[in-house]
Design a binder for this molecule. Structure first.
Ligand code: FE2
Length: 367
């Protein structure tokens, strides 16, 4: 992209088109120390209080800078590279990490090791990039004392508290309010589809595992969605269109949200999957439409439950898995409580935690 000048007007030229940049847009970005706080990069003035007929008295390009005198007496020197960055509509840090589709053949994914000064390390940067590629990452050797998972979560961002508390203990217990707290097998599902917004990332930390079963399983909802789209377009369409009700009822709360099983972004790209077939209720629709919906949901469930897409592994004590609850489904195989203890701790964090940390580490290491 190039900045060009013509009669005190500033233009951007991206090779295919040339358009004038609004003078007010440039005026909002003045960066002298009386206008912009250097530390926070927050404005020291309120642009809504400026006159709306801002214009440019004089503009000049000096090497990598655009120098402007505005008609309200303010002068500014703007870095052309920074202006260019603003023309990218995408979030250049997160969206530039391409998702890697995977299925049961996924092999040799890198595990990360907890170490001193972990949260500020290049290793943490690489871990977060891997997380955005695959939708999950496993970290070995995480301390297990004093609910350390909360410290882990708060060292990346902040814990997202839910109706299960700040963190939760996953072990079989009497009178459970969720099947997670039994020793039964759990089919692939996403967590908390009834919450608005759905918690973004689940952390699960293995404290103890003395049972032979209780394997963890993961399925890439993104891979399955893409395959459904290409092989069963009608099913894909109805599952992205029909909004269903997810509900969770406890003694103190009723949580409810209405969303499609496959949610897309405005540009029709993949956004999120929700799947928890014990909790979803489709509204009454025309019988024909429901016919198609039920066929589509059955196909989707077969795919999610198929060995073709599933990876299975055993979490060892001190292993912590971080998984994208908007992209991946997780489950576990059953286990025998008489074999011994199986004890995991879990909590949630949101994408602003991982995104904020990753942007910070990129800046820190100049990556
Ligand atoms: Fe779960």
């Amino acid at each position: 992209m190039k900045i060009e000048l013509n009669q005190n007007k500033v233009f951007y030229n991206n090779g295919s088109e040339k358009k004038e940049i609004h003078p007010f847009w440039l005026r909002e970005r003045v960066n002298g120390e009386e206008y912009l706080d250097k530390g926070t990069q927050q404005r020291l003035f309120d642009p809504t209080s400026l006159s709306s007929d801002i214009s440019i008295n004089k503009a000049n390009i000096n090497e990598n800078y655009l120098e402007i005198d505005f008609n309200d007496g303010v002068t500014s020197k703007l870095e052309i590279d920074k202006i260019a960055l603003e023309f990218s509509k995408e979030d250049i840090v997160i969206k530039s990490i391409e998702k890697t589709k995977w299925d049961s053949r996924l092999k040799n994914i890198k595990n990360f090791q907890y170490q001193k000064d972990f949260y500020e390390s290049k290793e943490m940067h690489d871990l977060l990039v891997s997380f955005y590629q695959y939708g999950f990452v496993i970290i070995k050797n995480i301390p297990t004392s004093k609910n350390y998972i909360v410290e882990f979560a708060n060292s990346i961002g902040s814990v997202r508290r839910t109706n299960f508390g700040e963190y939760f203990n996953v072990k079989s217990k009497p009178d459970p309010n969720d099947l997670a707290y039994t020793s039964l097998a759990l089919a692939p599902h996403t967590d908390n589809p009834y919450r608005n917004p759905v918690p973004c990332i689940q952390l699960l930390h293995c404290i103890e595992s003395k049972v032979s079963g209780g394997l963890s399983s993961l399925v890439d909802g993104y891979t399955v969605t893409e395959e459904l789209r290409s092989k069963f377009p009608e099913f894909y369409e109805i599952l992205t269109e029909v909004k269903v009700r997810f509900r969770f009822i406890d003694k103190e709360v009723i949580l409810e949200t209405i969303s499609p099983l496959i949610e897309l972004n405005d540009d029709k790209s993949f956004k999120q999957v929700r799947f928890s077939p014990r909790l979803d209720y489709v509204p009454i629709l025309d019988k024909e439409k429901l016919n198609l919906y039920y066929q589509a949901r059955k196909k989707l469930s077969e795919m999610y439950n198929s060995e073709k897409y599933r990876i299975e592994f055993k979490l060892e004590p001190k292993d912590l898995i971080m998984m994208d609850n908007h992209r991946l489904l997780h489950g576990r195989t059953s286990y025998e409580t008489k074999e011994g203890e199986r004890f995991l701790q879990g909590c949630y964090i949101d994408f602003d935690s991982t995104e904020g940390k990753l942007r910070h580490l990129k800046r820190k290491f100049n990556l």
